[in-house]
Design a protein. Structure first.
Lengths: 208, 292
């Protein structure tokens, strides 16, 4: 199995094809609905004013995200009172909710991969080809196992969104994922959807 | 009646962190069917490692600890159902504090999370059923995840698009359609709970109730037993596979229950249960509590 460590180059992104299992190591940042919306509105579309400290967060995120990965995850984290953070459970959440934002965020911050579950839509797939980046599918429900691959919490941003919605900069080792959307327009989700539909039509046509 | 709060807390801990044996065995068998090095096999191997890890560390198998569904079977002249309800709620709040459960009760109108998994009268959902006086008190718990709940479906037959009429042939068609539409999004491989008949509400409730049963236990009616097996086998022909990566195992088992319906209605409800099929039971004997 291929092992990849961030930062990920464009050449490497282009090498990855749908269906390939990968072990990811290096830096990634968690983000779900609140984070994506905030990044878009504050720094990309600029429809809202940055608040105190937001510009510093932006500078930090630019460094963390450049060539690395965004993870759709709302973790359970311990050590909140002492700030000795540790990931306890950290499986992927459904990605499609970020469909309106994903491609723009990836482009702006030069992010090379996004991890989640369930796959994403046409806008993101187009972004995969243009930016380029890939969609990695994590194993839904494997919360304890993935949390164990988190070696270190580098920092947390926008804690006011709450623990699951905040952006957690983390360092991981051997995080198991599968490429399901690549930079050549390939989507495992579309392929399986179609092939299973063909079988279904055939099954429905059979007599009981 | 003695206070069972701590025993129920233990039931919750076990349910959230330790997958039942019959489910784990099926997942282990499923690994062998996938090609070495395939994404499907990798997914199942990761799932199995995750199961071991959560059991060893008493951490949630999945961070979505789901909707808690309790079924209480209480003997006649034994218990106050009001007190059992209070004890279940207290145990659930404590389990949330101890991170066995994620706070999962969100007010749908005001959008705030109550923080302790208690929301109104119906979260958690508790069903009481009286049994004979010589039977022990049994409390069952199922944690039903949100991702898989979202891919559940209800059909009103006839369904002209699918050519599904009001008979078992029609039931077969809509259940297969539900599996195809779910793809891997309910964290496949999944388990199907199917209810035929009833009103809309009852039909969904019963489609979950059948999921308390052991894997492989077949409906007593040979016609339904046969359909259960056929549906599992045909669902797997679609090749959706673990997580929708493509593969041999999409559905581990199917459970069907037949209800009565109004002449005017014919509902078929499909509840999709993810691989994190968390359900456990405690039996209260005079001197001890037994868990399985
Ligand atoms: S569907 Fe099940 S395994 Fe998947 S995230 Fe939800 S609870 Fe976890």
């Amino acid at each position: 199995m291929r092992s990849i460590t961030t930062p990920i180059s464009d050449d490497l992104v282009r090498e990855l094809k749908v269906g390939e299992p990968v072990l990811l190591s290096g830096v990634m940042v968690t983000g779900r609905d609140a984070a994506h919306k905030w990044l878009i509105e504050t720094f990309i579309k600029k429809t809202r004013e940055p608040k105190d400290g937001d510009l510093q967060v932006y500078e930090d995120l630019k460094k963390l995200l450049n060539g690395s990965v965004i993870y759709h995850c709302g973790p359970v984290v311990s050590g909140l009172d002492t700030k000795e953070y540790k990931f306890v459970a950290a499986g992927p959440t459904t990605s499609i909710r970020e469909e309106p934002y994903q491609a723009d965020v990836m482009k702006h911050f030069n992010v090379k991969g996004v991890i989640g579950k369930g796959g994403m839509g046409a806008k993101t797939l187009k972004g995969c080809q243009e930016v380029p980046f890939v969609y990695f599918h994590a194993i839904g429900g494997a919360a304890s196992y993935i949390a164990q691959s988190v070696q270190k919490v580098l920092g947390v941003y926008k804690m006011e969104f709450g623990v699951p919605e905040a952006m957690w900069g983390i360092e991981v080792k051997d995080f198991p994922v599968v490429v399901t959307m690549d930079s050549h327009g390939g989507s495992q989700h579309a392929v399986i959807d179609e092939s299973s539909k063909t079988v279904l039509d055939d099954l429905l046509a059979r007599p009981y | 009646m003695r206070d069972l709060t701590n025993d129920i807390l233990e039931l919750i801990r076990r349910t959230s962190s330790s997958l039942p044996k019959d489910v784990e065995e099926r997942l282990r068998a499923a690994v062998e069917k996938e090609a070495p090095g395939s994404a499907a096999r990798g997914a199942l191997e990761t799932i199995l490692k995750n199961i071991e890890l959560s059991r060893a560390n008493s951490t949630p198998i999945c961070q979505d600890t789901g909707t808690p569904i309790f079924y209480v079977h209480y003997p006649e002249v034994c218990c106050s159902t009001r007190k059992i309800r209070e004890q279940i709620r207290a145990a659930l709040a404590e389990a949330t504090k101890r991170s066995y459960m994620r706070p999962n009760a969100v007010d749908a109108v005001y959008d705030n999370n109550t923080g302790d998994n208690l929301g109104g009268d119906d979260f958690p959902y508790i069903h009481f059923e009286e049994v004979e006086a010589d039977k022990p008190l049994v409390i069952e718990l199922m944690l039903k995840g949100g991702g898989c709940e979202n891919v559940g479906r209800q059909y009103s037959l006839p369904d002209n698009n699918l050519g599904a009429g009001r008979d078992l042939a029609g039931v077969r068609k809509v259940v297969l359609d539900a599996v195809q539409k779910a793809q891997g999004q309910g964290c496949a491989p999944g388990i199907l709970g199917v209810a035929i008949g009833g009103n809309r509400g009852l039909s969904y409730t019963k489609s979950k109730e059948v999921l308390f049963d052991k894997l492989g236990a077949r409906n007593a009616d040979p016609k339904l037993a046969e359909l259960e097996e056929r549906l599992t086998e045909e669902a797997n022909q679609m090749g959706i596979g673990p997580m929708g990566f493509g593969g041999q195992t999409t559905v581990i088992d199917t459970k069907i229950t037949g209800l009565h319906r109004l002449p005017a209605s014919y509902f078929v409800s499909v509840s999709y249960m993810c691989w994190a099929y968390r359900r456990r039971k405690m039996t209260v004997w005079e001197d001890r509590v037994e868990y399985d």
